[in-house]
Write a protein that binds this ligand. Structure first.
Ligand code: FAD
Length: 308
């Protein structure tokens, strides 16, 4: 493993570093580059700024792997409050929410996660927006797709996420490419064994293109989540090939990553959705983003070393 990556991942487990990063003024800017804030109102403010720039948004209340019913309930309440505030601010036409089933109790009981996700979907419907279920590690894929299927009986607009690194994903794309089906395609963010996932980056990219073709060929609404300029170029070309007009698919990128590219695509008439994470549990998310890319790591270390 890249030594900087290893260092950042080691720092991820360190509470002293968490306090330093969270309170030092310069470091706080580092946090703010990737995370909208800790409170609902900060998340709504960040949403409002992006929407004013012609972007759309999906919001993630940070918190995963809940093994506690009360914590799952805190997550549900946070989403309900967020949806309410987005609606009051007139933003729910441009902003939806992304939910991790593990944060609403999947590890405890799939039924609990389904019930909790249903409450979020019902609130989203009332506010005139949608929900996408984030995808987590491969041990949860079947369960997440089962819950998705149940939710879609009442709310057919619930979005799925499929990860191109999984060998099964082309089949899942075929399964979920029907009319009205919202599917986010990403490379995949978890460390997965070779038995289930492609390991070489070029194999993942090839799988991404195969899956993108399948989704574009289908009748659903594909959401291409990637910062990879090569893939963005290929999708642009394939969308034309499949006679897809802008607005019948969208691009998605993370908050703070390639913001100029987000604007460029939006100004070219594409729908671009920015994934905004917020909430008190930002530390693990931030560390994963920093570990992903040496340039981010150097930026982080410079900010940490700064006295200001
Ligand atoms: C909106 C969204 C939602 C996601 N949801 C999920 C999910 O539910 N489940 C899941 O497993 N994963 C999710 N992911 C994460 C995803 O799976 C990848 O781990 C992550 O997006 C990195 O892959 P990439 O396609 O951006 O390309 P990478 O392989 O990371 O990068 C490819 C190229 O993109 C460019 N690039 C990348 N980062 C930067 C940067 N910071 N600055 C400038 N250029 C950069 C560089 O040219 C780089 O070579 C999501 C990602 C996004 C954008």
């Amino acid at each position: 493993m890249n030594p900087l990556r290893a260092l950042i991942l080691a720092a991820a487990g360190n509470n002293g570093i968490r306090r330093l990063v969270g309170t030092a003024p310069v470091s706080r800017d580092v946090v703010r580059r990737f995370v909208a804030g800790e409170s609902t109102s900060e998340a709504v403010t960040a949403t409002s700024a992006l929407v004013a720039d012609g972007l759309t948004v999906t919001l993630d209340y940070l918190g995963e792997d809940t093994t506690d019913r009360e914590l799952a309930e805190v997550t549900v309440q946070s989403y309900l409050e967020l949806l309410d505030q987005l609606h009051s601010a007139g933003l729910s036409g441009s902003a939806e929410v992304s939910v991790k089933l593990s944060a609403v109790g999947q590890a405890l009981d799939e039924r609990l996660a389904l019930d909790n996700a249903s409450r979020i979907c019902a609130a989203a419907e009332q506010c005139g927006t949608t929900v996408t279920l984030d995808m987590e590690d491969h041990t949860t894929t079947d369960s997440t797709l089962r819950v998705l299927g149940e939710l879609r009986r009442s709310w057919p607009w619930v979005g799925a996420v499929l990860q191109a690194y999984l060998r099964r994903t082309l089949d899942d794309c075929r399964e979920l490419a029907g009319a009205g089906s919202r599917v986010r395609l990403c490379k995949g963010a978890y460390k997965e064994p070779e038995s289930v996932a492609y390991q070489a980056p070029h194999e993942v990219d090839l799988s991404y293109v195969r899956c993108a073709n399948t989704l574009l060929q289908g009748d659903g609404y594909p959401m291409f989540a990637t910062h990879d300029p090569r893939l963005v170029g290929i999708i642009d070309e394939r969308a034309r090939w499949h006679d897809r007009k802008p607005g019948t698919y969208e691009y998605q990128m993370l908050y703070g990553i390639r913001p100029e590219e987000q604007l460029r695509l939006a100004q070219a008439g594409e729908t671009v959705r920015v994934y905004i994470p917020y909430g008190q549990e930002w530390y693990g998310y931030l560390m994963r983003r920093l570990a992903e890319r040496p340039a981010n790591t150097a930026f982080f270390l410079r900010a940490l070393a700064s006295k200001r």
